[in-house]
Design a binder for this molecule. Structure first.
Ligand SMILES: Cc1cc2nc3c(=O)[nH]c(=O)nc-3n(C[C@H](O)[C@H](O)[C@H](O)COP(=O)(O)OP(=O)(O)OC[C@H]3O[C@@H](n4cnc5c(N)ncnc54)[C@H](O)[C@@H]3O)c2cc1C
Length: 619
């Protein structure tokens, strides 16, 4: 049975590790139910502890201790709350190396014991955990290498670079860089781990202008499966460097990265809601939005346009590189939400005082109507920044993207590092979620039909679940393909499908809700896979995508996440750098095989050191 935060679970009292003094032993919590093999757990704990005693001091957290409970419950996604075998918390790279060595010795001890006694001890997987957002790191009965103590960030203001430890989150980088008026390309959600972003590509508000997080890594340091360290950069260990840039991970533990920084203090933010009741209006909004981003791709049928769009609207040439936008499609009857930002320092005043000035003037405007919204556009000239003066966003000043009604329109001048970067926290509240990611080249009629059916049709769960569509393109498409393992340069959108369900006091009802929501996410993915111009991402979530149960039918093209060339290259690097598949749990690398078998190529197999996986299955 899956566990959620509020489900009462049986206490386990028999797991007090031998080496813990009674004085320091805390009473076991009542919130966990360790179901793994305690003999295997002992063998791993002993092996890791023996390594630790060689001079390291990191914590090994056991089920039942308060610290263990605090860590395992500290999840954004409540559906990911589970009971790992052990949690290891290194605070420097030597300790990471010690953890990995301890783990591999533990595997050997288990195998030896199996051979000696004929027992069948399961081997827990090693999961590296960064920002804990992917649902793939804290897993049942796994040994978690928790990087959360390694979150230091230092900035070299002169060189405009930042060095981040492997457990730093977007928030940590923003806070340090923001103090110096700088920013790094990361993700739009501050809880995400920096490394998690980089190995998945990493798109942020400024990615259309400066590329992905992966495009802005200057060098990295990695601990390999044998515990050795490697620096990598475009010149040194270049194949290793290439593989971590959007390659999905699973080759080692990244303990540090050096990132490029860009000067940016303030950004422009436009938000509004679009009332689009029913499938027809939703289709209309998606088509108009796509047209605004991609440029004029042919006439829009009249019936698809909102009737009272103002005539001042100019035919779009495509949104500029400085402009990022996102459309959020609810599955409930609520309006669609639009978020548009610009990071163009040419038109957005960068002086820190300008935000205060802007806010004061906006207050006066709403109080006295001095600069009435309905007055001529000249009234905006008093303001340090105005919607109508931001290239790209100004197209939407009087255009409601084909919706029936537009409401809650807001234009703001915001600080990048905290006000803009924390914006998405309001959309991604903690709770029970099941997620999937897809890339799309354009919002073709078929893709729009799937998205509309998923949110407004019979398949819609009509609850908190939503689909977020964000723009890629711009500089992301310009970076030479061979620079990184990231393989979706021609994609202009990322589609994030977020299935959500509320917790009730009835576990059976929760389980049913979960099943329905997971089925919805999978349905959306399987329908999208069939559309032309869809590609799977390299995020760990992509490994949850299902093909046919028998494995006999050929997966549709959208199922694969790498081209044949990059897939094969990643597979080679994986075999060379992690031949025993120690980091098997990290990602799926799949590409179309040329032998016509139709089966996915490469990817971690289901065994570690030749032993069956015993971690939980998500089906
Ligand atoms: C709500 C939400 C919003 C998102 N928004 C964005 C966005 O705006 N932009 C974007 O690019 N992506 C976004 N994503 C996707 C996100 O980048 C991936 O889910 C990513 O895997 C999360 O990384 P994490 O470190 O937080 O998660 P984790 O689960 O901790 O880690 C994810 C993967 O990275 C590996 N990993 C983590 N740290 C290390 C390390 N130091 N060394 C080696 N491997 C490591 C883990 O083993 C795991 O395979 C979003 C995801 C969610 C859930």
């Amino acid at each position: 049975t899956r566990r959620t935060a509020s489900m009462p679970l049986k206490p386990v009292t028999s797991l007090v590790p031998d080496d813990i003094e009674p004085a320091t032993w805390k009473p076991p919590s009542h919130h966990h139910n360790f179901t793994g093999d305690s003999r295997a757990q002992d063998l791993f704990a002993e092996a890791i502890d023996a390594q630790r005693r060689k001079g390291e001091t990191y914590s090994i957290l056991y089920p039942g201790s308060d610290d263990f409970e605090m860590e395992r419950m500290d999840m954004w996604n409540h559906d990911s709350i589970c009971t790992p075998c052990l949690i290891l918390q290194p605070s420097n790279k030597a300790e990471v190396s010690s953890c990995i060595r301890g783990y591999t010795i533990g595997v050997r001890h288990c195998l030896k014991e199996n051979r000696r006694t004929g027992s069948k001890l399961g081997i827990p997987r090693l999961c590296v955990s960064g920002g804990r957002c992917s649902m793939h790191t804290f897993t049942e009965w796994a040994i978690v290498l928790d990087m959360s103590l390694m979150k230091e960030v230092t900035v070299d203001v002169k060189k405009r670079t930042a060095i981040c430890q492997g457990g730093a989150r977007v928030h940590d980088v923003d806070m340090v860089c923001g103090r110096h008026g700088l920013m790094c390309i990361t993700g739009t959600y501050q809880e995400l781990g920096i490394v998690g972003c980089i190995i998945g590509g990493g798109y942020g508000y400024a990615s259309r202008k400066h590329g992905l997080a992966a495009d802005n890594v200057l060098q990295a340091e990695i601990v390999l499966a044998d515990g050795s360290f490697r620096y990598c950069s475009p010149r040194k260990n270049s194949e290793l460097f290439w593989s971590i840039l959007g390659g999905g991970g699973g080759i080692g533990v990244i303990v540090g990265v050096q990132l490029k920084c860009y000067p940016l203090r303030n950004a422009a933010l436009v938000t509004f809601d679009l009332l689009a009741p029913g499938a027809r209006w939703k289709r209309s909004v998606l088509r108009n939005w796509n047209r605004w981003i991609m440029g004029d791709e042919g006439p829009i049928e009249d019936e698809e346009m909102g009737e009272d769009d103002e005539s001042s609207y100019q035919e779009p040439k495509g949104a500029p590189m400085e402009v990022y936008s996102q459309l959020i499609l609810p599955t409930s009857s609520g309006p669609l939400s639009f978020v548009g930002t610009s990071v163009d320092p040419e038109v957005i005043p960068q002086d820190p005082d300008r935000i205060k000035q802007f806010n004061n003037m906006m207050r006066m405007k709403s109080k006295w109507g001095v600069f009435s919204v309905n007055a001529s556009r000249d009234s905006d000239s008093y303001l340090p920044a105005a919607w109508s003066r931001i290239p790209g966003l100004c197209d939407l000043h009087s255009h409601k993207l084909g919706a029936a009604v537009r409401s809650n329109m807001k234009f703001r001048l915001v600080r990048y590092f905290d006000q803009l970067q924390s914006l998405s926290a309001q959309f991604h509240k903690p709770g029970n979620v099941f997620i999937a990611f897809k890339y799309a080249k354009t919002l073709s009629p078929r893709i729009i039909a799937v998205l509309v059916e998923a949110t407004a049709g019979k398949m819609s769960p009509k609850n908190e679940s939503r689909i977020f569509i964000s723009t890629l393109g711009g500089e992301i498409s310009e970076v030479p393909k061979e620079n990184t393992a990231f393989d979706a340069r021609d994609m202009n959108y990322v589609i994030y499908i977020e299935g959500r369900w509320n917790e009730t006091k009835k576990p059976s009802r929760d389980e049913q809700e979960r099943k329905t929501t997971v089925a919805w996410v999978r349905w959306v993915c399987s329908q999208l896979h069939l559309c032309e111009g869809i590609k799977s991402t390299a995020h760990p979530e992509s490994s949850r995508d299902q093909v046919s149960k028998s494995g006999k039918s050929k997966p549709p093209p959208g199922w694969y996440n790498f081209s044949k060339e990059n897939g094969e290259r990643l597979d080679e690097i994986k075999k060379y750098r992690d031949s025993r598949n120690v980091f098997a749990f990290a990602s799926r690398v799949s590409w179309m095989k040329s032998d016509g078998s139709g089966q996915p190529g490469g990817g971690p197999d289901s065994t570690v050191f030749g032993v069956e996986d015993t971690t939980r299955s998500d089906s």
